[in-house]
Write a protein that binds this ligand. Structure first.
Ligand SMILES: *[C@@H]1O[C@H](CO)[C@@H](O)[C@H](O)[C@H]1NC(C)=O
Ligand SMILES: [Zn+2]
Length: 427
């Protein structure tokens, strides 16, 4: 999603704040303790933290963002960088190059999630990790997940420039294929890291729209993998003590309110459904109204039922969308004989969302019976749990924003990114 450069450079501040802010002095003892616990080093003025006159190299960072944007299959200012294409491989090389320059230990897993690790003085402790993705949907903007990867690397660079040594290891992660463009699977890399076995199974047979298999595409990008290797991507649960992702906001709230920083307290739980109705169809003139079983009207009625059930939840956090509604045969003089709906339902409360899904299921069954159409498919495609941000992370971000006099707003992320799966698999 396109965004303005200044918005991104303001947001990018956050990643660095998170890592270094514990060094600043503060009178709020509780917040300070939280920061110390989170960062693993004392929040003091006695020189143990990084020095206070360090600066983000915002010009250098902007240059890197622009350079990365040049690896694109569409002309500037748009960016198109799809999983395992040449441009994706070039972007990966670019990121690994920066990691190497910074002296990080670079590792790639079997599907190309990239890790740049800075060993802390107590490497036995769980690492603090941060990162995002650099793949880009066709004709997107240059910031999106890129800010979360390059911003994290600049944060590390800054800490190194200020001669800081972390106690916990710090790791920057670049996730493979956050975007579903090529194989229809969003957050592919982080989902697999979260140890989702069904995904490992489905990656064995999934193909893109050119009939190229996932395994062949991966091999063409330099990741030759055996089926067993997919399991090696699964994370061990105690590897990280915290994970933070910097990302542009994909809604209008911060921009509208003129607030530079959003602190995400929860990520809404997404679910998606596919529903098909089938009726007898017939000629729009010849079949009289009492004799019809119109699959199109069944779909229309279900779409309204989705809205009703969502509103009945009583919470502003429950949202439901019928983003796809297709009628067959799709002719003005034909009663629809088939209809297809795809429904997205999200909430921060998993039970409340699941209740809505159950009501949608009941409505679909009801409509099918009343209208004499067959409910030929009611399929839940995914039903992911929500994630709550850990209080220590939220407190740390809030503390850092206050220290730097930056306005912030606590908010729920209704879009989801790799953090949703890190929350599920890494802790
Ligand atoms: C896709 O590739 C597989 C394996 O090479 C082949 O068996 C199948 O016929 C192909 N399908 C299409 C639609 O080309
Ligand atoms: Zn993104």
């Amino acid at each position: 999603m396109p965004s303005k450069p200044n918005a991104a450079s303001r947001l990018v501040f956050l990643a660095f704040l998170l890592v270094i802010s514990a060094a600043a002095a503060n009178d709020d003892a509780a917040a300070r303790r939280t920061m110390e616990q989170f960062a693993g080093f004392p929040a003091s003025d006695d020189g143990e933290g990084p020095s206070s006159d360090f600066h983000v190299d915002s010009e250098g960072l902007q240059r890197q963002i622009d350079e990365l944007a040049s690896f694109s299959d569409s002309p500037a200012p748009s960016v198109t960088r799809v999983l395992y294409t040449d441009k994706d491989v070039q972007a990966r090389r670019y990121i690994k190059g920066i990691m190497n320059q910074l002296g990080l230990v670079v590792r790639e897993d079997a599907v190309g999630n990239i890790f740049g690790r800075w060993e802390g003085s107590e490497p036995g402790l769980g690492a603090v990790a941060t990162g995002s993705h650099v793949d880009a949907i066709p004709f997107s903007g240059k910031f999106d997940g890129v800010v979360g990867v390059l911003g994290a690397l600049e944060a590390i660079s800054l800490l190194k420039r200020s001669a800081f040594l972390p106690k916990r290891s710090l790791e920057v992660i670049m996730f493979t294929s956050e975007e579903p463009t090529r194989f229809g699977i969003s957050c592919l890399g982080s989902r697999l890291m979260a140890g989702i076995e069904e995904l490992a199974q489905s990656l064995r047979k999934v193909v893109d729209n050119q009939n190229v298999s996932f395994l062949d595409a991966a091999e063409s990008a330099g990741y030759k993998l055996n089926l067993e290797d997919l399991h090696s991507v699964f994370l061990k649960t105690d590897k990280y003590s915290a994970f933070i992702e910097l990302h542009i906001e994909q809604g209008p709230i911060l921009e509208k309110e003129g607030i530079p920083i959003g602190i995400v307290t929860a990520i809404a739980a997404p679910a998606s459904l596919k529903v098909d109705f089938e009726g007898n169809g017939g000629h729009a003139g010849a079949v009289l109204m009492p004799a019809r079983n119109d699959a199109g009207l069944a779909a229309a009625e279900l779409a309204l039922a989705v809205e009703k059930h969502v509103l009945e939840s009583g919470s502003i956090d429950t949202v439901g969308t019928v983003g796809i509604l297709q009628l067959h045969p799709g002719a003005i003089n034909s009663i629809p004989s088939k209809s297809h709906l795809e429904i997205d339902v999200r909430d921060i409360d998993e039970k409340r969302r699941n209740d809505v899904i159950e009501k949608i299921r009941q409505s679909a069954a009801h409509i099918s019976k009343n209208r004499g159409v067959e409910l030929s498919e009611f399929k839940i495609i995914n039903q992911d749990p929500p994630a709550l941000s850990d209080k220590s992370v939220v407190d740390a971000m809030e503390f850092a924003a206050k220290q730097l006099n930056l306005a912030y707003k606590k908010m729920i992320s209704r879009a989801y990114h790799d953090s949703l799966f890190m929350a599920r698999g890494a802790f």
